[in-house]
Design a protein around this ligand. Structure first.
Ligand SMILES: NC(=O)c1ccc[n+]([C@@H]2O[C@H](COP(=O)([O-])OP(=O)(O)OC[C@H]3O[C@@H](n4cnc5c(N)ncnc54)[C@H](O)[C@@H]3O)[C@@H](O)[C@H]2O)c1
Length: 360
């Protein structure tokens, strides 16, 4: 199925992820989009306007901020990027897909709720919009999803963050996060349990579970570690086709320390690909340079006809020498020149490496 080129974008949320996604998009655009609209709660509308102003006219010919989903959809976005949280996926996701609009969900932890996931899948089917899940703050999803075809035996995810990043979660009741001296594992269980108990830290675990062995079989360990300053995501896989492990040390986003910057850039990449259509899906049966957004090749170095001829001559002699193991009589005969002319040309082009056949 062809992914439609994006010229009209809808965003839900205007926080850290939306900011990284839009500012990266501006850098990648050759020309502004037709329209960008942001949906946020009314009290966050000023934040959304500031973000759009910072992006400036390079982002879009027209912009809008809404606090009502109907208004966002009335702007006819080609794609809606959710950058807002689990509640937004629950409240808006199905309606966006039912409207036939593609929905990119970054709050993937919301899909650990079977009811929400089921509603979105049904809406995608009936409305025709596609549900797209970027890799977010983790990498190696391609390897995990491929290994799944060979049979996954075990997937263990460890999420390690500085103690202060776990504030506001049930970890506060299990550990003294202010005085912790050593790394402490405060949760061990399934990805489904992790998503229920730590919903705002469940995005990576849910991403791995959906791409891999499922919510119940994916094992999760959550760690508060005073020895780290970054959000560390590690997972280890045992599978029929081999074993591997992946470790990412994500820098937290400036505006939200709970969010790894990579999650924002992952959304940015998804949007940039849609603008450029740089995914390998062609309009016709043949993939063209246009589909891959490749410009025609234009040589940057200008050469004279004499230089081009000389290079062709040198290459022809070089190849004939190789073919005839530097037997000059045979090389000269093949090229239709005398041995003396051949020798002169070899001198000119510095091709006298093998002296054995060179005439005296
Ligand atoms: N997939 C991943 O790996 C990954 C990683 C980090 C964060 N996330 C998800 O991304 C979400 C956004 O992260 P962030 O750092 O940008 O958060 P943030 O708090 O900086 O920004 C959230 C934005 O969404 C808006 N918002 C909140 N609820 C809304 C609603 N119901 N409707 C419309 N707008 C709403 C807020 O006003 C704000 O503008 C997180 O909640 C998290 O679920 C995913």
């Amino acid at each position: 199925m062809m992914a439609k080129k994006m010229t009209r974008l809808g965003l839900i949320g205007a926080g850290g992820i939306a900011e990284l996604a839009l500012t990266s998009l501006v850098k990648a655009l050759d020309a502004p989009l037709d329209h960008v609209a942001i949906l946020v709660p009314a009290d966050a509308a000023p934040q959304a306007r500031v973000l759009l102003e910072r992006c400036g006219p390079a982002l879009a010919a027209a912009t809008a901020v809404h606090s009502d989903l109907k208004a966002l959809l009335a702007d006819r976005p080609d794609v809606v990027a959710e950058c807002a949280g689990h509640v937004a996926v629950r409240d808006y996701g199905a309606t966006v897909l039912e409207a036939g609009c593609d929905l990119i969900v970054i709050s993937i932890g919301s899909l650990a709720d079977d009811a929400i996931r089921g509603r979105l899948e049904a809406a995608a089917k009936s409305g025709g919009g596609r549900l797209v899940l970027p890799a977010g703050a983790v990498g190696g999803i391609d390897a995990l999803a491929s290994a799944r075809l060979s049979g996954l035996e075990e997937v263990i995810y460890t999420g390690r963050k500085p103690p202060k990043a776990w504030k506001g979660t049930p970890a506060e009741k299990l550990l003294d996060l202010d005085t912790l001296k050593d790394a402490a594992v405060f949760f061990e269980g399934s990805a489904r349990d992790a998503a229920q108990t730590y919903p705002f830290n469940a995005n990576v675990a849910a991403t791995l579970a959906i791409a891999g062995i499922g919510l119940d079989a994916t094992k999760v360990r959550l760690v508060a570690d005073p020895g780290v300053t970054r959000n560390v995501h590690e997972f280890a896989v045992r599978s029929g086709c081999g074993d591997f492990s992946v470790r990412l040390e994500g820098r937290p986003s400036a505006s939200n320390p709970k969010t790894s910057q990579l999650a924002g850039y992952s959304m940015a990449r998804e949007l940039i690909n849609r603008v450029r259509r740089a995914i390998v899906m062609a309009d016709s049966r043949v993939i063209s340079a246009k589909d891959l957004d490749l410009l025609p090749w234009v040589p940057t170095q200008v050469r004279t006809l004499e230089e081009i001829r000389a290079e062709a001559e040198r290459t022809a002699i070089e190849q004939a020498l190789l073919r005839h193991c530097h037997r000059l009589t045979e090389v000269a005969a093949e090229l239709g020149i005398s041995r003396i002319t051949l020798y002169r040309l070899m001198c000119r082009y510095g091709l006298r490496g093998d002296e054995s056949g060179v005439p005296a």
